[in-house]
Design a protein around this ligand. Structure first.
Ligand SMILES: Cc1cc2nc3c(=O)[nH]c(=O)nc-3n(C[C@H](O)[C@H](O)[C@H](O)COP(=O)(O)OP(=O)(O)OC[C@H]3O[C@@H](n4cnc5c(N)ncnc54)[C@H](O)[C@@H]3O)c2cc1C
Ligand code: SF4
Length: 330
């Protein structure tokens, strides 16, 4: 491991001050992703600012009827929170579908959103990777790409985003709150937080240097039923090949509300509002679900060993939508 210095500030002000003094500093929360990457030499921060002591571990009600989740709330705490389980079950289920109990006890809300891809080549410094070393090439294109993305890809990178929690949060319309090193605050939807790879796949979010995520806010719970369906190589402890976060309401035999987000297929947690629009006002059924899948997959492209994700996505989406609507069909 490369030498680095370490600070553990006790307040947000001190954490931001530490980041301001050392522009190349990195925050570390649970460390379950960043430390692994440091041990492998993929990430080489010279300064670590450990934010584990900050007062950011509370889940509170918002005036609007939603929830504000502190950035340091662990994945285990968030999944088990009775308000989350009752009002946002898609989020609880997505978190529990990820990693292991031990990891979820350490992993934090902000860290989960900002975890990096699981592309094999990104983790192997002996191979070219534009995300790890801009301009070096992409070993996954033409290589082993079973786990890679089929939408949002570019000629420079086809890596999929690994987070389950972020998929559920994207369907729920979550908003990330941040504070910059000079104290400036902003709010970003997840649509705004993540960047497509384009020709700069090493830039994954819109966050600036030293910008701290302080909380994630969920709007009031949407109407309808919620589910998270994840297809993976093993029943546990595996990342999604395809996942669907679905929130669907049916009234009088017709879909009145739909929000869908997808994991495993995209270079970022994927949401397609045009596809959701196709559902609203329609009676649920296999033909409709197939048209929605077509819409989501417009422009989708396999890279060889991940071609199976196209039919797998169609089947997973149809199964998720069928389960969400079947008991309420006219
Ligand atoms: C074996 C294994 C299996 C896994 N399986 C899954 C899975 O199936 N599904 C899934 O979703 N995840 C999975 N994970 C990933 C795991 O969920 C993440 O490692 C974890 O959520 C990261 O959170 P953390 O707090 O440990 O982040 P850290 O490792 O501490 O940080 C990750 C990144 O976030 C940044 N960061 C952290 N907090 C902040 C903040 N407040 N503001 C700004 N930047 C911040 C850090 O600088 C770093 O870049 C798995 C991990 C492992 C090791
Ligand atoms: S897909 Fe992206 S992360 Fe993987 S090798 Fe190519 S550039 Fe690197």
């Amino acid at each position: 491991m490369i030498a680095f210095d370490y600070a553990r500030p006790a307040s947000i002000v001190d954490a931001l001050g530490a980041a301001r003094e050392r522009p190349a500093a990195r925050f570390i929360a649970g460390g379950t992703n960043l430390l692994d990457l440091m041990k492998l030499g993929i990430e080489r921060p010279r300064h670590l600012v450990d934010i584990g002591s900050l007062d950011l571990r509370v889940i509170e009600e918002t005036a609007e009827g939603g929830l504000r989740i502190g950035a340091l709330v662990t994945n285990a705490e968030l999944a088990a929170d009775r308000r989350v389980r009752a009002r946002y079950p898609v989020l609880s289920r997505a978190i529990l579908a990820g990693a292991s109990a031990q990891l979820r006890n350490k992993a934090t809300t902000a860290g989960n959103l900002l975890q990096r891809t699981r592309c094999f080549y990104f983790y192997d410094p002996a191979t070219p990777c534009n995300k790890r070393e801009p301009g070096s090439g992409c070993s996954a294109i033409g290589g082993v790409n079973r786990i890679m993305a089929i939408v949002g890809t570019s000629e420079a990178c086809i890596a999929s985003h690994p987070s389950d929690m972020a998929v559920a949060m994207r369907a729920l319309g979550a908003v990330v709150e941040t504070t910059g090193p000079a104290g400036e605050r902003r709010s970003l939807t997840l649509d705004e937080l993540y960047r497509l790879p384009g020709d700069t796949p090493h830039l994954e979010t819109q966050l600036g240097a030293g910008e701290l995520i302080t909380a994630v806010t969920l709007p009031p719970p949407p109407p309808g039923r919620q589910s998270y369906r994840k297809v993976r190589d093993r029943a546990s402890y595996a990342f999604a090949l395809v996942s669907v976060a679905g929130i669907v309401a049916v009234e009088n035999g017709r879909i009145s509300h739909a929000a869908l987000a997808f994991g495993g297929i995209g270079t970022m947690p994927w949401r397609d509002r045009a596809a959701e629009t196709l559902l609203v006002g329609q009676a649920p059924g296999a033909g409709l679900f197939a048209r929605v899948a077509d819409a989501v997959l417009t422009g989708a492209r396999g890279s060889g060993s991940n071609d199976f994700k196209l039919p797998l996505f169609r089947r997973t989406l149809a199964a998720a939508l069928t389960a969400l609507t079947e008991e309420t069909r006219a």
